[in-house]
Design a binder for this molecule. Sequence first.
Ligand SMILES: Nc1ncnc2c1ncn2[C@@H]1O[C@H](COP(=O)(O)OP(=O)(O)OP(=O)(O)O)[C@@H](O)[C@H]1O
Ligand SMILES: C[C@@](O)(CCOP(=O)(O)OP(=O)(O)O)CC(=O)O
Length: 392
Amino acid sequence: MGLVDYRYWGKRDTKLILPTNSSLSVTLDQDHLRSTTTSRADPKFEKDRLWLNGKEEDIKEGGRMATCIREMKRLRREVEEKSPNEPKLSEMNVHICSHNNFPTAAGLASSASGFAALVSSLAALYSLPASPSTLSLIARQGSGSACRSLFGGFVAWEMGSKPDGSDSLAIQVAPREHWPDIHALICVVSDDKKGTSSTSGMQRTVETSTLLEKRIKVVVPERMKVISKAILEKDFDTFARVTMQDSNQFHAVALDTDPPIFYMNDVSRSIIALVTEYNRVSVAAGGKLKAAYTYDAGPNAVIYAPKENLKEIVELIVHYFPQADGFKDAFGLFGSGGAKGKVVEGFNEGVAKKWGVGAVKGLIHTRVGDGPRVLGAEEGLLGLEGFPKTTA
Ligand SMILES: Nc1ncnc2c1ncn2[C@@H]1O[C@H](COP(=O)(O)OP(=O)(O)OP(=O)(O)O)[C@@H](O)[C@H]1O
Ligand SMILES: C[C@@](O)(CCOP(=O)(O)OP(=O)(O)O)CC(=O)O
């Protein structure tokens, strides 16, 4: 899955999903957050079908899912036309089964992860020679943000200018190996389905916000260059500054929408105050920024930081947001004692109140990750007859 530093918010074409600005994201490690998708083509299947998290979803005719499947079949047809001995998979219906190991439709970019996994799974089924950028053109039509998740590492979605969308695709700015030190702490504030979907929210912003124009025309083009350079130079200070500025501006244009859209809540704002104070202490001592917050279309925070700062950051968050279940220490930061909660020296504890258990429901420690993986047959989600193995 990908989580974003530089946000996509607004479409110039809602059917083809063409954005009003370029954007950039970090693909996170699938060891911690992932969509797993299995697909199969069979002449016996009566129609294309999809099961998501154990429940069958309707594939609406002319809808985004149907478009992605149709486009993938079109690429397969090209292979079959060139190599007539290839089985005619493009003429068969497909069964697709997918599972997210994190909350769906809660502003944790499930549509990005899900559509990227769907397109990768069909590309493997169809043995397509297509590059991730070519596949990104199709994933984009499932959900805009999905196009970036076809790559690992640091990924830009170039908005393009052609009306048919053929140049609106993802490119990799740098693979994860370039800067593996970038870790992320996801603070799950809410895993409820969000009130205003990204799709409808961004359209309302396009129609009513006067601030958006400045963002699209002036701010984003400049900052895209700055953040790409920061990534290439592994300059965390600049990366952090631009990431936070862009998150703030995205939420500002959401607020500037009529009627306004609020994705962050008081817990989100407290986390901003904590990261800001944590950085202030570092800068006051002659150091640099040590962490960056960013918020998607929901209240959940993602805090990026070099790995060496994660222990302090977990301690800080746990100090203000006690956890019902202990912190799941995926990288072995704490040994057997676990995170008890504390602040760094010089930290002004008055910047936020201490919340009760449950204000931050869970913490996920992860890091920059690789791109789509092809799993072994034994890990497939469809049984021999092409139906989900379990309904769980
Ligand atoms: N694994 C998956 N496979 C296929 N489609 C998926 C998968 N996961 C999510 N989706 C699709 O994405 C939709 C959720 O997208 P939505 O934009 O509402 O939430 P989100 O992606 O969690 O939020 P955001 O994109 O704002 O971060 C689901 O209803 C489903 O159609
Ligand atoms: C806030 C965002 O996560 C918006 C994501 O929007 P979606 O990609 O979910 O929208 P659709 O293209 O309509 O499916 C920012 C981002 O991912 O860049």
